[in-house]
Write a protein that binds this ligand. Sequence first.
Ligand code: C2E
Ligand code: CA
Ligand code: CA
Ligand code: CA
Length: 276
Amino acid sequence: AKKNDRSGWSFYETYMQKEALAKMVLRNNLRYAIERGELSLKYQPQVAAGTRAIVGFEALLRWDSAEHGPVSPAAFIPIAEQSGLIYDIGAWVLREACSFARRLALNGHEDIMIAINVSAKQLAADDFIDLVRNTLADTGIKPSQVELEITESLLMNSLEDARGKLNELRSMGIRLALDDFGTGFSSLTYLWNLPVNTLKIDKSFIDLILYDAAKAKIVSTIIHMAHDFDMLVVAEGVEQEQQLCYLNENCCDLIQGYYISKPVSETEAINMLGNH
Ligand code: C2E
Ligand code: CA
Ligand code: CA
Ligand code: CA
C-alpha cells in the first residue's frame, strides 16, 4: 500500500508539472498571437425578445494558434490576465470591435450596439479611460454604439475605484453592462448604485426555465427588479424556444444564445443585418 501511495503522489506531482508546463507553453505562444494574426473576433447577435430584430452584437475573442489549434477563451483569458498580456490583447479587442462598429455605421447601421468584454485587470489599469477615449477618437464612432461588459465579481474587488471609472465612461456616453449576473455573491444594494445600463442574466439561470419551473420565478423577479432600476435586460445562453417564450412573456428585453445564432464572422454578421 505504501508503494502505491508513493507512486500515487509522484503521479500527482508530474500531473501538476505537466499542467504548469502546458500553461507556460500556452503563455509563450499567446505572447505572439497578435503579431502573428492568430486572434480574431466573432460576433453573436442580441435580438429583441418580441420582434427578434437585431439590436447589437457581443464581440467574442477567438485564438487560432499555429501551435495548439483553436484555444477557448475560457482557457487563455485567465492566462492573459495572470501574465499581463491582457493589456495588449484587450486593447486589440477594443480597436477591432470599434473598427467593426465603424464599418457597420458606414453601412447605415449606426444604431447597432457592439458589446465588448472587459476584464478586471484592464479596468483597473490607470490608462484604461484614455485607451477607450483614444480608440473612440481613432475609429470615429459614436460612444453610444459601444457597450462595455463587466462582471460583478470584478467590481466587488475594488468597488470605489471601479465606480469612479464607470461614472467617467458613462459621462463619455459609453454604455455599460453587468455580465454574468447572479453568479457572484455581491449584495444587490451595491449593484443598484452602479451606473449600469444593461443587466445580463447568466446562462445558469436561463437554464432553470427548462429544468425547474418553480425556480424559473427567479428569472422573472430579476427582470422586474432590473426594470425598476431602468436597466435593459439581456438573457444569455438561450438555446430553446420554450426559454424565449418564457422570457418574452416576462418582459425580458433582449435575447442572446444559440437558439438565435452562434457567434459568427463579421461578414456573416453584416449579412444577417441585411436580411432585417
Ligand atoms: P461570456 O462573456 O459570458 O460570453 C458568453 C459565452 O457563452 C461565449 O463563450 C459564447 O460563445 C457562449 N454562448 C453564447 N450563447 C450560448 C448558448 O446558447 N449556449 C452555450 N452553451 N453557450 C453560449 P466564449 O466565446 O467561449 O467565451 C467565454 C468567455 O471568455 C466569455 O464569457 C468571456 O468571459 C471571455 N471572453 C471572450 N472574449 C473576451 C474578450 O474579448 N475579452 C475578455 N476579457 N474576455 C473575453
Ligand atoms: Ca460577456
Ligand atoms: Ca456572460
Ligand atoms: Ca460567462
